[in-house]
Design a protein around this ligand. Structure first.
Ligand code: NDP
Ligand code: GDP
Length: 326
């Protein structure tokens, strides 16, 4: 029976990845940082009904000692480093913290791997945000990077550290350059979930309008369940390497609104307004990924369409809000 350690297990991807690995018979450990609301920490794991099936170990990405202890305790065959300050907008407000966690924290996990479990296989959660001001379209593993936020700069540091540790120490380290992926478990601050939550509130008569920022921004949106499968596939390869994971289909924030409002029979133009408060100091205008390498070497293709995902997210938010205490 294989053992896996997931940092960021309480986040969107961590929860779905834990579910996937449990279904494959893994023993799953997760790194969790201390919070004054401990009961809230495992919210997503509870939503998936797997909170009792994983072992949570306390530590923080910025505390190497805690990572060494956790890696020793979990004795993992596979490590998935998903923990990060992952919200772009916040990274403009808290650039130092973002660098400490998302950049240097990843370096700490690589050190923990090298010192404590050098035979384990390692996944680093890299991001399409690293392409930022895109230098070519679509973006693949060979496209030059041009980060546009402290978050993206931090991810770029972590990505090159992953590559460097692989090349320097011969470790089985893989960097997955994942394009945006969403689900009913996406944080409410991200635009997709903000929209589906807003649609559900408006449909249920709990709100009248939804205030957004840049409606023209375009993303290549996939489903988190498809994307965690790609993470696992990467670690099953003999040769460690980097992969772009994307659908290849780009839609605008406006398109996403049209789909989400349309799902409940509403017209988005009747409800969406904009406010400059939701704009970023520097924007990533459009991202489109080319996942041909993943298709070729991993046999990975996305199975959930944008329309199916939007429907699932809106339905989940409707159910959540309609539930007692929702
Ligand atoms: P989330 O924001 O949902 O989850 C982030 C996780 O990191 C949470 O479990 C959080 O814990 C944990 N974390 C934050 N800071 C620390 C810390 N100092 N020590 C330990 N744990 C910490 O992100 P996603 O699940 O969406 O994404 C997973 C990873 O993939 C992230 O690294 C993200 O940047 C990256 N990524 C995501 C994409 C996407 O579209 N979702 C696209 C490309 C990359 P807590 O619950 O306590 O806050
Ligand atoms: P990101 O790609 O990691 O930054 O994911 P987000 O979901 O936070 O943002 C995706 C795009 O939606 C960005 O270009 C944002 O500028 C745009 N956007 C427009 N309105 C909003 C909003 O109200 N909130 C967020 N989070 N993003 C918005």
């Amino acid at each position: 029976m294989k053992r896996a350690l997931i940092t960021g297990i309480t986040g969107q991807d961590g929860a779905y990845l834990a579910q996937l690995l449990l279904a494959k018979g893994y023993t799953v450990f997760g790194l969790v940082r201390r919070s004054s609301t401990a009961e809230g920490a495992a919210l997503r794991l509870r939503w998936l009904g797997i909170a009792e099936q994983v072992t949570l170990l306390d530590g923080d990405l910025t505390d190497l000692g805690s990572l060494l202890r956790v890696v020793a305790e979990a004795a993992p065959d596979e490590i998935y480093n998903l923990a990060a300050q992952s919200f772009v907008k916040t990274s403009f407000h808290q650039p130092h913290l973002t660098g400490e966690v998302t950049a240097l924290g990843a370096g700490q996990m690589l050190e923990a791997l090298r010192l404590q479990a050098p035979r384990a296989r390692f996944y680093q959660a890299s991001s399409s945000e690293m392409f930022g001001l895109v230098q070519a379209t679509p973006q693949s593993e060979t496209t030059p990077f041009y980060p546009r936020s402290p978050y993206a700069v931090s991810k770029l540091y972590a990505h090159w550290m992953a590559v460097n540790y692989r090349e320097s120490f011969g470790l089985h380290i893989n960097s997955g350059i994942l394009f945006n992926h969403e689900s009913p478990l996406r944080g409410l601050e991200f635009v997709t979930r903000k929209i589906t939550d807003g649609v559900a509130r408006i449909k249920l008569g709990l709100a009248r309008e939804l205030v957004l920022g840049n409606l023209e921004a375009q993303r290549d949106w996939g489903h988190a369940r498809d994307y965690v499968r790609a993470m696992w596939l990467m670690l099953q390869q003999d040769k460690p390497q980097d992969f772009v994971i994307a659908t290849g289909r780009t839609a605008s924030v406006q398109d996403f609104c049209a789909l989400a409002f349309g799902h409940v029979g509403l017209n988005w133009q009747d409800h969406v307004t904009t406010n400059p408060a939701f704009l970023r100091p520097a924007e990533v205008d459009v991202l489109t990924g080319d996942a041909a390498k993943a298709r070729r070497l991993l046999g990975w293709v996305p199975e959930i369409s944008l329309e199916q995902m939007v429907a699932e997210m809106v339905e989940a938010d409707l159910a959540r809000l309609a539930a007692p205490g929702g």
